[in-house]
Design a protein around this ligand. Sequence first.
Ligand SMILES: C[S@@+](CC[C@H](N)C(=O)[O-])C[C@H]1O[C@@H](n2cnc3c(N)ncnc32)[C@H](O)[C@@H]1O
Length: 314
Amino acid sequence: MFVFNTAKQYNKYYTGEEKSTYSLKFPNIIFQNKVILSKLLKNLRKQDKIKILDFGCGNGRHLYFLLKKVQKLQNKKAVEIICYEISVTGLKTCQSILIKNNFKIISNQKTSDTYKTKKGYCLTKLKKGNIVVKLIHGYEYDNVRNLTNLIGKVDITLCLFGVLSHIHKNRKDYLLLFKNITTQYIFISVPSGNTYKEEQICYKVIRNQQELYPGIEVLKEGDIFVCKNINDKNRVSYYYHIYTKERLKKELEEAGLLNNEIGIICTKKLAPLTRNQILGIYDYIKAKIYSKILPDKCFDKAGFIYSVSKVSKT
Ligand SMILES: C[S@@+](CC[C@H](N)C(=O)[O-])C[C@H]1O[C@@H](n2cnc3c(N)ncnc32)[C@H](O)[C@@H]1O
């Protein structure tokens, strides 16, 4: 069984805050996400309190978009954004940018004395006006059930840009967690056929010859490993699960999420689309059309696909 330290890999990616390899590669959020997030927030317009979870928030790309949006909301609503991440460097970037934007730390606690032995969580709360941001540092191989109480109920859960794809064994537990704590919408985006094409071909061959590689019999359809240079000094490696529309639908349904809209986020590789707004808008239109006209099987042509699950209150 392989064990990756995904947090350590992303720490390398996020080092350098706004000048990190990650920030330079993906400086903005993808246009399609802006549209979906704006729509979801609009649905919460009438509520006095809004609570959003950004699960696997990374360096906070979506957090900053959300902050800009909620600051514009009328009636001074109470807003809480919870950012959960396993990369401490990603969370430190979130914290330092919040502080630069006049947020003040109002509490800083560790949930247990055994934090140093990696059994507790580190929680930092920051506040500005009516907006509270809670940063939670968690662990990759921890018991997901611990998170239910720690996070509490939220209106919207975001799990964006392949976070779910890094989870190897128990993706269903995470989806169940999202289902249990979310009262309205769960927005997920995951990589599809047009992402890491070479690795996909390579691992397809390996899967077909599995008897030659006894150590990797755990690899299921869609599973790949990625190992690449991210800059002159650093190389990262991680596990990644590439989705088809059918596989995403099946995993959502197995977790009891039945009310799902599934579509294409982008047709091309994501990085250039986050750097060039015009390219981003052009690809957004293409993705919208593809989502409508392509049969399910052809969603493999997509770079990333998304689901918005409406949680039914029973
Ligand atoms: C491609 S990044 C996406 C980050 C962010 N959502 C964004 O859109 O920029 C994937 C993130 O998933 C995080 N991640 C991987 N496994 C995780 C886990 N088990 N729990 C929480 N986050 C995880 C990584 O640390 C990394 O920050």
